[in-house]
Structure formats: C-alpha cells, structure tokens
Design a protein around this ligand. Structure first.
Ligand code: 0RA
Length: 623
C-alpha cells in the first residue's frame, strides 16, 4: 500500500497534477487498459459511462483481469493490479502493454485517487467483485455470481476523490468525446460507446477503416486529390501504419500517435512520415520528368501543403521526451516509419499515375507560391524597415507617443473610417481604415496577403515588423482594436485579421494587445431618451419592458458602422468610459484560423452552411 499513499500525497508526481486535465487522465488510464485488450485482439467493445454523481464505469469484453492467487504475494492478481504501481501488464498473456497509460503507473494510481472503486471481472464462468476505498481493498475478491459460458470482461467503476480533485472539477463531454474518437480511429475495429448520464448524451465510435477513416473524417469538408493511401507493416516488433491524402487546401493536417496517444509535438514517427513523402515525391517527379534537371527538389514545405495524414505506431517500449508524452523519441522509429511509408507511397504513385500528377502539380504550385511569397515578404520586411518612419498615408495617427496609452482602431471601409476619425479622441486613438474586400478578392493563400497594400499599411502602422524581424517592442499602440461591421463581410474581415495575427504575430495576442470592438446593433429613442442595444435579445427585452405606454418609440437598426454619426460612434464604441472591448485569446484566434480555412477552401457547402448559420448571430461570430 506504500505506493498508493505516495500517489495520494503527491498526485502531481504520478498523474501530472490535480487539475481538470489530470482528472480526465484518470478516465483515459482506465480506458487505455481496455484498449490494450483490443490491441491484443481480445476485446471488441468498450462502454464508458459517466453517472449522475460523476462516478465513471468502464466496461470491456476483454479477457478479464486475472483473479488467481499471485504466487509470491499470495493475494489475488486483481488485488495486485489494483494496488501496485507499475503492475499493469505483468500477468499472463505474454502480451506487452502498448496503449497509453497515465505515466506508466497503471490503474492503481486511479484507484488510489478514488473515493471508491469497484472492479467486476467475468472470467472462468464466474463473476468476481472487489471494492476499494482510497486504494485500500475492502475485503477479498468475492464471487458474486456466474458468467455465461465463454463470457469474459472487466468492469471498473470509480469515483474520483474530491478531497484531491478540488474546486468542483467535473468531466467535460466534449473533451472525452474527442479522446475516444481518436482512440477508436487508431484502434481499428473496436467500438467505444460513451454515455453521459449527467446530461443524457451518448456517442458511439467505431471505424471500420481505422486511420483511413480518420483521414476521410478530417477531409470531410475539403476537396481531395485522390483516394486515401494506407501503408502498414510491423518491423522488429514495431507496428507502423500511416494514411495519407492530399487536398487542394493550403494548410496541412498531420497527426501522429504512439500507442494510441496523440503525440502533439510529433517526434521520430512524424519525421519518418515527412521525409518519406518528400523523398518519394521528388524521386517520382524526377523519373516522370515533371521536375527538370535545372529545377531544385521540392522542400518539406512544398510537400506538406494540402497534406492530411495520420501516422500511428505501436511500440513495446516507447520513449517520450517528457512525462507528458507529447513527443516520441525512439530513434529506430524514424527509419522504420520512413521505410514502411516510403514503400507504400512509392507503389501507390506507380499504381495511380493520375493521383501522382495531381500531387506533384500541387507541390509545384505550392513551391512557386512560396517563392513569390518569400519575395513579397522580403519586400515587406525591407520596406517596413525603411518605412518605419514613413507611416501609411491612410493612418490617422494620434499625438501621444507612449504606447501604454495609445490605441489603434482597424476599421473596415473608408466611410466608417471617416466617422471614426472624426469621433475619436485624437490624443490617444489612431485610426487605420482598411478597404473592405481584402478577403473575398484574394481568395488565396495567406502568404499572398502579405503583399496586399492594406496589410502592408497595417504592418507599418503597428511598427513591429514581421517574420524573423518581428519585435513586439516596436509596437506603437498598446491596444490594437478590430472594428468591423456586424454583417457577413465584417465577420470575414475579422476572421482574416484574426488569422493574420494568429499566424504572423501571435505574441501580439499572447501579450493581450488585441481586442475586438463591440458596436451597438440598435438605437432606441423613447421619451427623448436614447439608448443603445448590443443584441437582439437586449432590444427585445427593453421594448417588452416599455410595454404599450402610448409613447412613440423610434428604433434604428445599424447595419454598418458608417450609419453612426461620429459622436454616436464615440459614445457607444470608442469611449473608454462606456464601451465594451473583447480581448482576443489565442484560442479565439486559433478558432478563427480554422474558420478561415473553411471560408477559403474550395468546398462550397460548408462555407454556405457557415454563412447561413452565422448570418443571424453574426455579432458573436468566431469570438
Ligand atoms: C493482465 C493479463 C490479462 C488481461 C488483463 C491483465 C486485462 C486487464 C484489463 C484492464 C481492463 N480491462 C482489462 N482486460 C484484461 C490476460 C489474461 C489472460 O491471458 O487471459
């Protein structure tokens, strides 16, 4: 029991903390054990249930945790598994533990951190039960019934200990769903059923095609260039599989897994995948004469544009960079992954010449565009260095020079720009109007946007430079405020600007310099009193409150900033005493970045749906 006391005393050492993330890891740890059974070919179904009291049941139809008496310890193997750190896969079977696991400490750590935990095992025709409280067995393993012939499995129910996981923490449906979906994708053929009895929601994940389905899922809103390529082989006991499909998108979606854990920082399996793709594409393009002698090879950047891929490995002894298991370090995996994926991809291109041509055409466009973008960017950087003293003509600057006190409003359109220029406090507020249609007319890669005059003006107004020469110290305004119309165009431009800042100036967001202005939607005048309303519901509630008192009510709906006169704009949106500003978080911006992809991609349907869905609540779009 000593180990368990240590876990309870210092949970951080064993489960990485006592926060929401650690809480979810308890569930993953238990499910991982069932996934191990599935990977061993002994389990096809896993049911996870969150009960109303936030206890969690994980049930599988695997072989069942052995219950026989352990030869040395003279106690049931089940008790050993549940109370000994690192006892995970040491019994019988001969299989190794391949799935994730918490930090290798096994289900015993979950047991130690649970108020109570009950394990039922069906094995050898009998149903067994053992109960634990804070890790301590409450009696021996008991036989409490019979199991049907050949029916085996393990059912674990635990309630996390609220004296350890404090602050009313509770599980999040979406977080768990995401993880179970990933587990089901990378464990082909297993069904994960997830029910949340707190809110009567349930989901089932089963992917016949494994990671091939995963790639199809990721590309569901994109135009693909060819069918999914799947490659798989076990080398020296290491299972390697990859699924690859190019799309006409400009971005890349590549994910890597080691023993079903999403290694978000990649590692050797990811490197193996990337180098295999680049090498095979170059070889093919040379042989087919699509790259001439004088042409340089495609770079990794060229071959990753539009790439959607999953690489998943199963390793008996995975080495991770850190306790958090986000980067795989085993050096041999790089060679094996490169070999397996290289062979698979080579034959795929040979057998599918039209796919090969489409992929290479995509790489060519990408490489040319990158070249052009590099030149444009160099130009912007060189110019912005030169122009750091010459501010853009469109900028109406403020007189204050202390950037702790200054604000830059980025305003859509010249007419709104005019109102803002007249309405502002010119002492500390600067206005930069941007011509409305940068997004729709460009419909192109973000790199190209750097060459756009509006964006160049923005970069020089900010004073930070861009790319390698970006320096937050140069920032001329402590607050950078995006002020766009409450319509679809306005939200496009906001999405574009957020994406731009997210990709090229993330520090500006992280250091809390970026904001979104909140102009009102309505002006209501009643008994010579003017009020501004910022949402439909606010307006409706106000009008209802007035009732029918016979007085005339005048209601004006603002469609654009340009409809407000300068004093109105100041009063409602720019006056620090009255206005509301939304501070943009890096998550908001990341979300905008994904939205941007969808808005810019060639798949028309999701874009139309997006616009239809958001046209009504456009004020809160992607923020
Ligand atoms: C050790 C050995 C065997 C199975 C398991 C553990 C096992 C553990 C868990 C945890 C959750 N579900 C599980 N299912 C199985 C193999 C025993 C044999 O060879 O029959």
């Amino acid at each position: 029991m000593e180990g368990l006391e240590a876990v309870r005393r210092r949970p951080g050492m064993y489960v990485g903390g006592t926060d929401l993330k650690a809480l979810h890891h308890l569930v993953y740890e238990v499910v991982d054990n069932s996934i191990d059974e599935a990977l061993a070919g002994s389990c096809t179904r896993i049911n996870v249930t969150i009960h109303a009291d936030s206890s969690v049941t994980v049930e599988d139809n695997g072989r069942g945790i052995p219950v026989d008496i352990h030869p040395e310890k003279k106690i049931s193997a089940l008790t050993v598994v549940m109370t000994t750190l690192h006892a995970g896969g040491k019994f019988g079977g001969g299989g190794y533990k391949v799935s994730g696991g918490l930090h290798g400490v096994g289900v015993s750590a979950v047991n130690a951190l649970s108020e109570w935990c009950e394990v039922e095992v069906k094995r050898g025709g009998l149903l067994h039960l053992q109960r634990f409280e804070r890790g301590y067995p409450q009696g021996e393993v008991k036989v409490i019934g019979k199991a049907k012939e050949n029916e085996t499995g393990t059912k674990t129910t635990f309630k996390f200990d609220p004296t350890i996981f404090k602050d009313n923490l509770d599980y999040r449906f979406d977080t768990l769903t995401q993880r179970f979906r990933e587990m089901a994708f990378v464990t082909r053929g297993v069904t994960i059923h997830f029910a949340d009895e707190r809110q009567n929601r349930e989901m089932t994940f089963y992917f016949e095609g494994g990671i091939t389905s995963f790639v199809r899922y990721l590309n569901r809103n994109r135009e693909t260039l060819h069918p999914v390529l799947y490659a798989e082989k076990t080398l020296e006991g290491i299972g390697i599989e990859a699924a690859v499909q190019y799309t006409d998108a400009f971005t890349e979606s590549v994910y890597s897994f080691a023993n079903t854990i999403n290694t978000i920082d990649g590692g050797t399996h990811m490197t193996g995948l990337r180098s295999a793709l680049t090498r095979v594409i170059n070889d093919y393009a040379r042989k087919a004469g699509l790259l001439k002698d004088a042409d340089p090879n495609f770079t990794g950047d060229d071959t990753r544009e539009g790439l959607t891929a999953i690489v998943s490995i199963k390793h008996p002894d995975p080495q991770f960079e850190s306790q958090t298991k986000v980067k795989l370090m085993n050096p041999e995996v790089q060679t094996y992954a490169q070999q397996v994926i290289g062979e698979g991809f080579t034959s795929f291109l040979e057998e599918n010449p039209s796919a090969a041509r489409a992929i290479i055409a995509k790489c060519l466009t990408s490489s040319r565009a990158r070249d052009a973008a590099r030149k444009a960017r160099d130009l912007v950087i060189r110019k912005s260095a030169l122009e750091s003293l010459t501010l853009p003509g469109k900028l109406a600057d403020c007189s204050e020079r202390d950037s702790n006190k200054t604000e830059l409003y980025i305003v859509e359109g010249d007419s709104a720009g005019g109102s803002a220029k007249q309405g502002r406090d010119r002492h500390f507020q600067a206005i930069l109007p941007l011509r409305g249609k940068i997004l729709n007319t460009e419909r192109a890669r973000l790199d190209k946007i750097l060459g756009n005059n509006e964006v160049k003006a923005l970069i020089s107004a900010l004073g930070t430079g861009i790319g390698d020469s970006f320096n937050l110290e140069g920032l001329r305004y402590g607050r950078v405020i995006i002020m766009t119309d409450a319509d679809v165009d306005g939200s496009h431009i906001r999405t574009l600007l957020l994406t731009f800042f997210f990709r090229y100036m993330p520090a500006l967001i992280e250091q809390a310099h970026l904001y979104i202005a909140q102009p009102p939607l309505f002006r209501v005048e009643h008994k010579r009193q003017v009020r501004y309303m910022y949402s439909d519901s606010e307006k409706d509630a106000y009008l209802k409150g007035l009732g029918a008192d016979g007085e005339k009510i005048s209601l004006q709906r603002y469609k654009g900033l340009g409809e407000m006169n300068p004093p109105q704009l100041w009063e409602t949106t720019m006056d620090p005493q009255n206005r509301t500003l939304l501070q943009v978080s890096i998550e908001d911006a990341a979300e905008a970045d994904r939205t941007f992809d969808m808005l810019m991609g060639d798949a028309v349907d999701p874009r139309r749906k997006f616009i239809q869905t958001h046209a009504k609540k456009v004020r809160n779009l992607d923020i």
